[in-house]
Design a protein around this ligand. Structure first.
Ligand code: HEC
Length: 146
């Protein structure tokens, strides 16, 4: 009798806790792919930000190229209804597809502009262009991320 209870406890623990850990890391497929891309974007932005101190324009340019590439393909990573747990994608993405597309375009353009401006190696202007990129990240999150 005691042993049975103990077993049930273990089984319950096992079932609930493995489910939990799955749920936590649970993003799969296209949702996981875009989350990884966004995490990479964040890392790139951090790298670029660090590069201002030593005026490493090459690094800034490499980052801008990667961001721009992501901006050009981002639209393909949001098939309708792909906002199931644990995604933070907001349903406005599919309710206002033109606005979402515009937000993607703004980001793609800003990253391209960062690339161009950083080629002139003017630090102030490059920082300004970087801020514009960051603004397009925030602008989209405000409306399209929960
Ligand atoms: C056009 C819209 C848009 C732009 C531009 C955009 N994001 Fe996002 N971002 C999203 C959406 C939507 C999600 C939620 C994705 C999901 O959970 O399915 C997200 C999620 C994220 C996440 C969380 C990823 C995770 O692991 O859950 C990070 C970090 C992030 N974005 C950083 C950035 C950075 C940095 C930029 C700019 C360089 C950026 N994003 C530009 C829409 C955008």
């Amino acid at each position: 009798m005691n042993i049975n209870k103990y077993h049930i406890l273990i089984i319950t623990f096992f079932v609930c806790c493995t489910t939990f850990s799955f749920a936590h890391e649970g993003a799969t497929g296209i949702i996981k792919e875009r989350m990884d891309k966004f995490k990479e974007s964040k890392a790139i932005m951090r790298e670029i930000n660090k590069s201002f101190a030593n005026k490493d324009f090459k690094k800034i340019q490499n980052g801008a190229i990667k961001l721009n590439k992501w901006g050009l393909e981002m639209g393909n990573f949001f098939p309708e209804g792909s906002n199931t747990f644990p995604s933070e994608a907001n349903e406005n993405i599919w309710l206002e597809p033109d606005q979402f597309k515009l937000a993607i375009d703004n980001f793609a353009k800003a990253s391209k502009s960062l690339l161009k401006i950083s080629q002139d190696k003017d630090l102030d202007k490059t920082i300004q262009a970087f801020r514009t990129v960051a603004g397009t990240c925030k602008g989209c999150h405000k409306k399209f991320r929960n």
